[in-house]
Design a protein. Structure first.
Length: 295
């Protein structure tokens, strides 16, 4: 009996691990965080249940988009070291099972955010899911413009959270979108630089230069980080945050710019990794600054 119980427990843990990989929970956490901050910034009064609901909707919709991404790319994932152990390429999970889970998650997530919050939030959530899964995903194999397309659904979560709280778009929502939109370019290019050889096996080209890991790609990272620093002043210009928050954003932006400039001169993977980590620091700091300034 004990052996059977242990076997069942191992099966459950293995299945949970596969669903974790299918939904890309690590990436999803980051997306949900930005949508929750967007909601908290827009809400007149922060309440636990609505925050929990916006997080749940985010996990369902983003997880579904990630699952559809893997269904479409199951054959490509077999070619890359970082993805070959996912549940679909290894056939630990069937296409039918993954499709069923993705369908349930996407429909329930969109319906839940629509009826619990408002129709605009629901429509934007559906747009985010569809554009990521069915535009960005297939386009990755054909053009680096996929990064631009992918940056649109990638920048929608804070707006979705904000609209869930306010029911309408305004100047501040567009500023949140703009900052997260610009941020994604150096973030994804840093990852594409580090995974260049792996992506190349699958015919995926995400770096801005056709030459791949070169000075032109690094220069684009520098340009977009500078654009991000400039965009970080806009909330102050439009009286959305104060001078202290703006100074914090500027300082964090400079910390982001340093590895980008280093990468331009060295074209070294170590600096690309520093750029990636700097990007992972910038966005949470930015969102926290906006939230704390509001509080």
């Amino acid at each position: 009996m004990r052996t059977i119980t242990l076997h069942i427990s191992n099966l459950i843990l293995a299945k949970a691990k596969d669903y974790n990989m299918l939904f890309k929970i690590g990436l999803t956490n980051f997306v949900v965080f930005s949508s929750v901050i967007g909601y908290m910034v827009g809400a007149d009064k922060i309440k636990f249940i609505p925050v929990l609901m916006i997080a749940l909707c985010g996990y369902l919709i983003t997880g579904a988009a990630n699952a559809i991404n893997q269904i479409i790319e199951k054959d490509i994932d077999k070619l890359m070291d970082r993805t070959m152990n996912r549940p679909l390429p290894t056939q630990r999970m069937s296409i039918v099972e993954a499709s069923l889970i993705a369908g349930i998650a996407s429909i329930s997530g969109v319906l839940l955010i629509t009826f619990y919050f408002n129709t605009t939030a629901g429509l934007l959530s559906a747009l985010s899911l569809i554009s990521y899964a069915f535009l960005y995903t297939p386009l990755k194999r054909y053009s680096s413009i996929a990064v631009f397309i992918g940056a649109i659904p990638g920048a929608l979560p804070p707006i979705i959270g904000y609209i869930a709280a306010t029911t309408h778009l305004n100047q501040f929502a567009f500023l949140l979108f703009l900052i997260q939109f610009i941020w994604q370019f150096p973030h994804f290019w840093a990852i594409a630089w580090l995974k260049y050889e792996d992506y190349k096996k699958a015919g995926i080209m995400l770096l801005p230069s056709k030459g791949g890991k070169n000075r032109s790609s690094a220069l684009m990272c520098v340009i977009y980080v500078i654009a991000l620093i400039v965009a970080g002043f806009l909330p102050f210009v439009f009286s959305q945050i104060g001078i202290i928050g703006t100074l914090i954003l500027s300082a964090t932006g400079i910390l982001f710019l340093i590895p980008a400039v280093r990468l331009f001169y060295t074209q070294d993977d170590k600096d690309a990794k520093r750029l990636m980590f700097a990007s992972l620091l910038y966005l949470p700091v930015c969102l926290f600054v906006v939230l704390l300034d509001k509080i």
